[in-house]
Design a protein around this ligand. Structure first.
Ligand code: ZN
Length: 156
């Protein structure tokens, strides 16, 4: 028997002036994307913004339905927007904003981001921001999803 240790490195920025301008802009776009949230059931608007390799920023926001399982998180609406409108590009980073305490992507979104990261063979940085100035930065979605499930697992 042995144990495997998984370490996640999270950079914490406590003030807006610590951010590089590109990250500050991406976070601002994720914040502004919250305005397009449709969240009458949870009252929990979420905004996401993807930074593509050519500098394009793609937004998403959570979209809920009365049948809760049909709701889509902001991260996955941004990924769908990217997949439909930006063929051939890659995602360098995602920023996620909420109005309360900063929150990490749910398990389903971690899986979706991990598979995008795997397809493009380039890490996706994750930036998380709540209602205050604190920003959490993670270098790759893999850091948030140890022991991942990939399509190769389906092949047995
Ligand atoms: Zn999610």
């Amino acid at each position: 028997m042995k144990q495997i240790e998984h370490t996640t490195y999270i950079t914490v920025y406590e003030h807006n002036n610590e951010l590089v301008p590109a990250d500050a802009e991406l976070l601002q776009r994720s914040r502004s994307a919250m305005r397009h949230s449709h969240s009458p059931y949870s009252h929990y608007p979420v905004g996401a913004a993807l930074l593509l390799n050519d500098g394009t920023i793609v937004e998403g926001s959570n979209q809920e339905n009365a049948s809760f399982p049909l709701g889509l998180c902001a991260e996955r609406t941004a990924l769908a927007n990217f997949a439909i409108n930006h063929h051939g590009k890659t995602v360098d980073a995602i920023a996620v904003s909420v109005g309360t305490e900063a929150a990490a992507p749910c398990g389903m979104c971690r899986q979706a981001l991990l598979e995008q990261e795997s397809r493009q063979q380039n890490p996706i940085r994750v930036l998380l921001k709540g209602g205050d100035e604190t920003v959490y930065a993670i270098g790759s979605i893999k850091e948030l999803l140890p022991l991942p499930f990939y399509s190769k697992n389906l092949k047995g």
